[in-house]
Design a protein. Structure first.
Lengths: 396, 85
């Protein structure tokens, strides 16, 4: 398949892009704290560092790839207000952010918006050192220019005239709170941003967040009277390919989709999944060097939506041809009676060759594949409910 | 003013009771924030509302808002309810 012909701006995908050769750390955010799993260079032996912030709801733990030392944690407890913690030495020492994401105070405090929690953290563009973005519940976007210590609202989204329409005023009824997630920054242009909103859809800005447009054409919203509305879809996870940023993938509430810009039209490549498995799930991960390769973790989306592995037989599914076909990857995973749920932030890949694929479950197990999904090993069990898994690649 | 600190906030203060000053609860919270940066936002949201599970008592009576006045001899208790698993 010629994937370079549809857009002249898009660089040709190259499997010769640098692959990581050093150790990795899995950054695991859970309902009860943060756990860091350090590997050796083979990614075959893992050493636990943690828990950090035991008892804190820890939604996302992310390393700054620009310095490979700064960690941010989006956190709250069940009862205290939300905050962020920062470490500039890979988790040896932590400091609380000076001013975590918060809406502006308004005169009528009863109508003023309040950040319930920060859900998603994204380092900024490689050329914008110390810039970070954060997505929150209710759905809002925040930006830091000092490495995550202080945060300001991105008013272009949060105060957009259509914000209330796009987000149902921030309260669309999502069980854990409506969220802004999947912040993607175009590596060619720091002004070009994509975000996903649960119950709102995918949105794009080409001016650094000053204005936004929905980007949902072709994407189903089967829970809506209008099945293909301009907005209101439910993206679960959105990924732009790092080397081919005009290739977008999303695992949506209503299937797996792929788009090649500039078409602006989503194609449901999940229709090519086995019909007895379906194409419902939360996470989607992309091969760091091949925009045609992706991994998903299907879940049961029938009837009342158990959101567990179909038939209790968990599997990762992988495509190597842009979604035209999918392969079941379950070697090493439980064969039956395993009702696993993997949330949208709980799957990650590294950039080694072959690529490592990792996921954590809400039942507290952590799995790793060193061979692009051909086989998996369980590297931890008994963890709290896993919210997120990210890979930190350390210097060799 | 003597202020009793609940255990979830002692990572800020390092102890169960602290001294802070203020003619109102709002001023007292500002002083606590000055002394222990970050503590206020864990208790009070950005619209100056006391968070759902936080309670503030003055001399064992529930405070009626951040504008309630304080005297130097008052005892303030900050409490946090726990629920869920």
């Amino acid at each position: 398949m010629d994937t370079t012909s549809s857009n002249p701006v898009r660089p040709a995908p190259s499997r010769s892009a640098p692959s990581h050769t050093g150790p990795v750390v899995l950054l695991v955010g859970t309902r009860k704290g943060v756990f860091l799993f350090h590997s050796d260079a083979s990614r075959g032996r893992w050493t636990l560092d943690g828990p950090h912030f035991l008892g804190h709801l820890s939604y996302h733990v992310v390393l700054d790839p620009r310095d490979r030392r700064t960690l941010l944690v989006a956190s709250k407890t069940g009862h205290l207000g939300p905050t962020l913690f920062r470490s500039t030495d890979l988790g040896k020492n932590w400091q609380e952010a000076k001013s975590p994401p918060a809406f502006p105070k308004v005169d009528d405090s009863e109508s003023g918006r309040v950040v319930d929690h920060t859900f998603w953290l994204a380092p900024g563009h490689a050329e914008e050192r110390d810039v970070w973005y954060a997505g929150t519940s209710p759905p809002a976007l925040f930006r830091s220019e000092d490495g995550g210590d202080s945060w300001a609202p991105v008013s272009g989204f949060n105060d957009h005239p259509k914000w209330g329409t796009w987000t149902e005023n921030g309260a669309d009824g999502t069980p854990d709170g409506s969220i802004l997630h999947s912040i993607n920054i175009d590596p060619r242009d720091p002004q070009h941003l994509y975000v996903g909103c649960s119950g709102g859809g995918v949105f794009e800005s080409r001016d650094g967040g000053a204005d936004w447009q929905p980007l949902n054409r072709g994407c189903l919203a089967d829970f809506s009277p209008d099945k293909y509305p301009e907005f209101g879809q439910d993206p679960h996870c959105l990924r732009a390919h790092p080397l081919a940023p005009d290739v977008l993938w999303q695992q949506n509430h209503c299937g797996i989709y792929r788009m090649e810009r500039p078409t602006g039209e989503w194609a449901r490549v999940g229709d090519n999944m086995p019909h007895d498995v379906g194409d419902i799930g939360f996470p989607i991960e992309l091969h760091p060097r091949d925009p045609d390769t992706a991994w998903v973790f299907p879940m049961d989306g029938q009837e009342v939506w158990p959101r567990t592995s179909p038939d209790g037989r968990p599997a990762v599914f992988r495509t190597r041809d842009a979604g035209a076909s999918w392969q079941r990857c379950d070697a090493g995973l439980p064969r039956e009676h395993a009702w696993l749920t993997v949330l949208r932030q709980s799957m990650a890949v590294d950039t080694a060759d072959p690529v490592g694929v990792y996921f954590g479950t809400t039942t507290g197990s952590l799995w790793a594949s060193r061979d692009e999904g051909d086989s998996f090993e369980r590297i931890a069990e008994g963890l709290p409910h896993v919210f997120s898994v990210e890979v930190a690649e350390l210097s060799p | 003013v003597n202020v009793a600190i609940p255990s979830p906030l002692r990572s800020y203060t390092g102890c169960a009771e602290v001294e802070a000053s203020g003619a109102t609860i709002a001023e007292l919270l500002d002083d606590l924030e000055r002394l222990y940066p970050g503590i206020r936002f864990r208790m009070i949201d950005e619209q100056d509302r006391i968070r759902t599970h936080m309670r503030i008592f003055v001399n064992r009576e529930r405070a009626n808002g951040l504008n309630q006045t304080l005297r130097p001899e008052d005892d303030v208790q900050i409490l946090q309810a726990l629920s869920g698993g």
